[in-house]
Design a protein around this ligand. Structure first.
Ligand code: SF4
Length: 124
């Protein structure tokens, strides 16, 4: 998840602050810094509201498209070879989006199973 910057002080528009992790940047910093991963998500502090928002959006989209599921082979490959070794994998969840990732056959409890979902940093 990327930072969501805003200008906290209207009299000083050279400083921007992330509303999630509160890191500050100056507007003349390099673009890769401006689009940096949010420290909040790196620290596994994804807010419950954000988690619910992500889950609701994913579920609605999945149902709207007819609830397509990935095959067991696809899920096993993504889980074993991509998510489990990933630095953002914690317990049975992804620290970046807060979604559960597992080998479960249920799309409602497993982001990988939902064929409409993808990794937030495009690993799958
Ligand atoms: S969904 Fe992507 S970022 Fe999250 S644990 Fe899996 S590979 Fe890592």
């Amino acid at each position: 998840m990327q930072c969501q910057f805003y200008i906290p002080d209207k009299s000083n528009s050279l400083i921007k602050k992330c509303r999630l992790c509160e890191q500050e940047i100056s507007i003349d910093q390099l673009p890769e810094k401006i689009y940096a991963n949010c420290k909040q998500s790196e620290n596994n502090n994804i807010h419950l509201t954000e988690k619910i928002k992500n889950y609701t959006k994913a579920t609605k989209q999945w149902i709207k498209k007819g609830s397509p599921k990935r095959t067991n082979e696809e899920v096993n490959h993504i889980y074993d070879d991509i998510c489990k070794p990933c630095k953002y994998f914690k317990g049975k969840s992804c620290k970046l989006c807060g979604c559960r990732v597992s080998k479960s056959k249920s799309g409602l409890t497993n982001k990988i199973r939902m064929a409409t979902e993808n990794c937030p940093i495009k690993k799958w």
